[in-house]
Ligand binder design. Structure first.
Ligand SMILES: [Zn+2]
Length: 351
């Protein structure tokens, strides 16, 4: 077994992926054709071939009308787990979904996602949680409505809230959602937020997310590096960051080298976990985020194992299920360590 196999076969948790973007490419093309949804191309090799955020969003938004009924959500949910298990030994995943952007009601979106994900859990043993996300292009009042809807619905699979997309001014502006987050906090919902991701964002957005929104995790957060004081505060808290290396290559032009912000965050002692963000749209998978990105950024087997376990700890699973998952991971990692053996240069020494 070589290092790439080891990293690909590591058991993994994914805490940052957007449900729509987990659709199997062939399913997207099939459904778009069947429903006369216009796409820029119906060839998956061409469709996702872009290198900037504008072209990415064009394709991403073109795909949305495919999600028009419960059957689509259920199918996409099941297939996404099947694919992620094959590609990178996924064992547990939390999904963002902008549940108020679809033509069917919140409860139907959630019913269908849960049905598909529960079927996949029975077949593949992969647990799941759902995090409805505030779409920041909409006004703060609609975010409050979303939180009220979540609370009224009250299903246990929904673990907390997040926020994604950008404001109409193309900013993150996490402070706009303080009221919605406060309501979520009062009712025991956990909180995370996409901040310090895009060019022009700041480390201060991480501070806002922690101090004003009460976030338990930070999604992306790369620009934390712009302020050593915020790095130190985040390091001291060990607040988890859900980083997605390959999405940054498309959206920020960052290549996978030891100077990549994710590599610098890991070396700074921040609590980094790895995810795909939008696997289909960035032509990535969780196996690749470990097996290709980590070695290219200068990390080895022990780093991969530590990051996989950090994902378990950063999940929003209840304590007993987290403990069971950690034990499962530890057993699998021990077997992989034995299989990797003492391959020269494998990087299996602690680092
Ligand atoms: Zn994201």
């Amino acid at each position: 077994m070589d290092l790439a196999d080891y990293l690909r076969l590591l058991p993994k948790v994914e805490l940052h992926c957007h449900f729509v973007a987990t659709i199997r490419p062939s399913t997207l093309v099939e459904l778009a054709r069947a429903r006369d949804v216009p796409l820029p191309s119906y060839d998956p090799d061409v469709l996702f071939d872009y290198d900037n955020i504008v072209d990415f969003l064009t394709v991403f938004e073109a795909a949305q009308p495919v999600f028009a009924d419960k059957g689509v959500f259920e199918r996409v949910a099941y297939e996404s787990v099947e694919d992620a298990v094959a590609a990178g030994n996924l064992r547990y995943r939390e999904y963002f979904v902008n549940a108020d952007l679809f033509p069917i009601p919140y409860a139907e979106v959630l019913d269908a996602m849960v049905a598909g994900l529960a079927a996949a859990e029975r077949d593949f043993g992969v647990g799941f949680g759902i995090i409805p996300a505030i779409a920041r292009q909409r006004p703060p009042a609609s975010a409050l409505d979303l939180v009220r809807t979540i609370l009224d619905d009250g299903r246990p699979e929904v673990l907390g809230i997040g926020q994604d997309y950008l404001t109409p001014q193309n900013t993150e502006s996490p402070e706009l959602w303080v009221e919605a987050y406060a309501l979520a906090e009062r009712h025991g919902l956990r909180r995370t937020a996409h901040v310090a991701e895009i060019p022009g964002s700041t480390a201060a957005a991480v501070t806002v997310a922690i101090e004003q929104l009460g976030c338990a995790r930070i999604d992306h957060g790369y620009h934390v590096l712009d302020d050593p004081a915020v790095v130190e505060a985040a390091r001291a808290l060990q607040i988890p960051f859900t980083c997605t290396p390959y999405s940054t290559r498309v959206l920020s032009g960052w290549e996978m080298t030891p100077e990549h912000p994710v590599a610098r965050m890991i070396r700074a002692g921040l609590n980094v976990t790895l995810s795909t963000d939008d696997p289909t749209f960035f032509r990535t998978d969780l196996g690749r985020e470990y097996a290709q990105a980590l070695p290219a950024m200068g990390f080895g087997a022990a780093d991969g194992a530590r990051i996989a376990l950090a994902g378990v700890d950063a999940s929003w699973l209840p304590a007993d299920r987290k403990e069971r998952l950690r034990a499962e991971f530890t057993g699998q990692i021990r077997a992989l360590d034995a299989a990797l053996g003492s391959v020269p240069g494998s990087g299996s020494a602690p680092s």
